[in-house]
Design a protein around this ligand. Structure first.
Ligand code: ADP
Ligand code: MG
Length: 317
């Protein structure tokens, strides 16, 4: 199969939201009136972000999901994506599953794949996502104010717990692993939440490298500090079993791959946030407050500061 047959078969679908999609030298995209483009890229590298034998359908899902998560964190509506892919060979069965996973999620969010690049090389997936948002409504990292409440969506640490099991750093029962591995392999981007938080949240970020690291980015960008209550952090029943162990704490505070949103909102917006949680059927938990100063202090039930490895995952450390 030639490169062009491969692209045609596996990556060319109707793109009704583009003036021109796959097949020319560039796609042509029209942004809605009054909105600006929100653009983000995320790369998944075999051996770094996933194992070589990873399920291709789930990989297709995740390659797009992690990008949708970035747009969710901006409060943007996802519209288009491009896919740059390096493949060790043209494995038809693998490509079929990968593109099925990718397009299943793309269809769910009305995202059209409008271009990309295909080359031979070590397996590597890079998606660029394009969305729309009114410039004044975009959720930036820089808007947190002292007194604001800090919220997170969903539950934290399950993906890191599943990864710890796969890496042999702890042993989960089959049912516990099944429960956690969904978070690792099939993260659900919080796009509807990001859209609902426009005009309510003062700042937002998606948690891809662990709560402490990513909340830290909000604090740095906003020039503020935070107090977080460890006991308020939302965790699954499975993770709760490991919370008294250092590894369990680490999964919640600095495990990666959560793809939940962390955001701040003034206290006056507390009920609005709870209403959004009810509307979306998605738990939103207040975990602490923004304060003057810098850095984040995490308190245990007895109100003593907890020592933890503060930084998120960093590829170059
Ligand atoms: P060029 O050589 O002009 O960069 P290519 O031959 O790389 O174009 O690609 C041909 C067309 O296929 C382009 O429209 C490109 O955007 C699209 N394309 C290539 N690879 C992919 C892919 N993996 N997914 C979606 N579209 C792709
Ligand atoms: Mg090319």
């Amino acid at each position: 199969m030639s490169e062009f047959d491969l692209i045609k078969r596996h990556f060319t679908r109707p793109a009704p939201s583009a003036l021109l999609g796959v097949g020319d030298d560039a796609a042509l995209l029209q942004v809605s009136q009054g909105e600006v483009l929100a653009v983000s890229s995320d790369m998944l590298v075999c051996g770094t972000h996933f194992f070589a034998d990873a399920d291709p359908f789930l990989l297709g899902h995740k390659a797009l999901a992690v990008n949708l998560s970035d747009l969710a964190a901006m409060g943007a509506t996802p519209r288009w994506a491009t896919l740059a892919i390096a493949l060790p060979g043209a494995d038809e069965a693998w490509l079929e599953q990968f593109s099925a996973g990718f397009f299943a999620l793309a269809n769910q969010y009305g995202v059209d794949l409008v271009g990309g690049d295909t080359t031979r090389g070590p397996l590597n997936l890079c998606v660029t996502i394009f969305g729309e948002v009114a410039a004044t409504q975009a959720l930036r990292r820089s808007g947190a104010m002292p007194g604001d409440e800090i919220w997170v969506s969903g539950q934290l640490g399950d993906a890191a717990l599943a990864l710890a099991h796969l890496q042999g750093r702890l042993v989960l029962s089959a049912s516990d692993f099944a429960a956690c591995s969904v978070a690792l392999h099939q993260p659900q981007p919080r796009v509807a939440l990001g859209l609902a938080l426009r005009g309510i949240a003062s700042s937002a970020i998606d948690i891809s490298d662990g709560l402490m690291g990513d909340l830290g980015h909000i604090l740095d960008a906003s020039g503020v500090g935070a107090r977080v209550n460890f006991n308020e952090l939302p965790v699954s029943a499975t993770l709760r079993k490991f919370l008294d162990q250092p590894l369990g704490k680490q999964c919640v505070l600095s495990g990666g791959d959560d793809y939940e949103l962390c955001f701040t909102a003034p206290v006056s917006g507390h009920q609005d946030v709870l209403n959004i949680a009810a509307q979306l059927g998605l738990p939103l938990t207040c975990i602490g407050n923004i304060v003057d100063g810098q850095g984040c202090i995490v308190f245990d039930a007895a109100n003593h500061p907890i020592n933890f490895e503060s930084a998120g995952y960093d590829h170059f450390r």
